[in-house]
Design a protein around this ligand. Sequence first.
Ligand code: SAM
Ligand code: SF4
Length: 329
Amino acid sequence: MLIDNHGRKINYLRLAVTDRCNLRCFYCMPEDGLNWLSRAELMTYEEMLRSCSLMVNMGIEKIRITGGEPFVRKDIMKFLTALSKLNGLNELSLTTNGVVTAPHVPELKRIGVKSVNLSLDTLDANRFFAITRRDEFSKVMETLEQLLKHDIEVKINAVVMDGKNTQDIIPLVEMTKDMPVSVRFIEEMPFNGDGHLYSGINWDHVRILEEIKDQYPAIKKLIDPAYSTSYNYQIPGHQGSIGIIAAYSRTFCGTCNRIRVTPQGELKNCLYDNGVLNIRDIIRSGATDDDLKQSLLKVFSQREKNGWEAERNRIEKTGIHESMATIGG
Ligand code: SAM
Ligand code: SF4
C-alpha cells in the first residue's frame, strides 16, 4: 500500500496519453490549439505500460486514461487492452469527449471498462459549438447512447462557465430523471493554456448547488463514496444522480488518493503542481524498475498538503499557463 507523507493512501493514477484533441474547448485551450508535443516527447505505449505495471505493483488499484482526447492517439485500443490485463489493477476507466468514441464502445465493454466520464457542457448544439469550437454535438450524443446501451456507467462532466452555459445547469440535471447517469458540475480551473484570461470564478460549488436547489428544493444529499471529489445529490424519483466538484475551491485535498502522469511522462503529485519527476526521462536513462520505484517513493514522501500549497510553490516559479489537455483533468 502506498501512503504519502500526510497519511493519505495513493491508489489512483490518471494517465494522459496525448495532448492532442479534436475539440478546442474554450476553458481548456486556445482556438488555435496548443504547441503540440512531438512524437519523441510523448511517452511510448511500452513506457506507459511499464510505468503502470510498476505502479500497480506498488499499490495503484485504479487507472483512468485521459488526455487530450485519448481516442485520437493511434492504436489506443491496443494499449487499453494491454492495460486491462495488468494483474492487480481493479479498475480501468477513461475520460473522453465522445467525438470518435462511439465505435469503440463494444470493445471497451469487452475489455472490462465499467465506467466512462463523458464531457458534455451543454445540451444545446449551438452552445456546444460556441464552447468547443467544433460542430460535433451529435457524435457525443451517439457515444452517450452507445455507453448506456452497453451498460457502461456514465458520468457526465460539465464545466460551469459564467456567460457560457449556466442556463444548461437545469437541463443537465433533468437528464438524471430518466437516465442512469451521474451529471457532475465542475468549477472552472485556470488550466486553459492561456486561451483566455482567468481571474477566478463566479460559479463556485455553493452557487451551483443553490441554482439546482431553487428548481429542486427536495434535492437530497447522498453519502459521498470514500475519496470522492464530488458532493453527491439526487432528486427524489430520478434514476441518476448529481455531483458537484469544487475543483477550484479545492475542498477535497485532505483525502486525495490520486497522482497524475502527463503525456510527456511528468508525474504530478497534485493537479496544481507543475511536475515533480519525469518518468519518461528516468526510463530513457536506462533505469531499472527498482531505480524508478525508489524515485517514485521519494516524491510520494514529499507531497504537498493541498492544492493551495502546490499552487503557491508553483507560482513562485512560472505561474499557470498549462492547458488541461497536458494534464488530463
Ligand atoms: N478530452 C477528454 C475530455 O474532454 O473528456 C479528456 C481530457 S479533458 C482535459 C478532462 C476533463 O477536464 C474534461 O471533463 C474537461 O471538461 C475538464 N477540463 C478541461 N479544462 C478544464 C478547466 N479549465 N477547468 C475545469 N475542467 C476542465
Ligand atoms: Fe479537448 Fe477535452 Fe480539452 Fe475539450 S477538455 S479541448 S475535449 S482535451
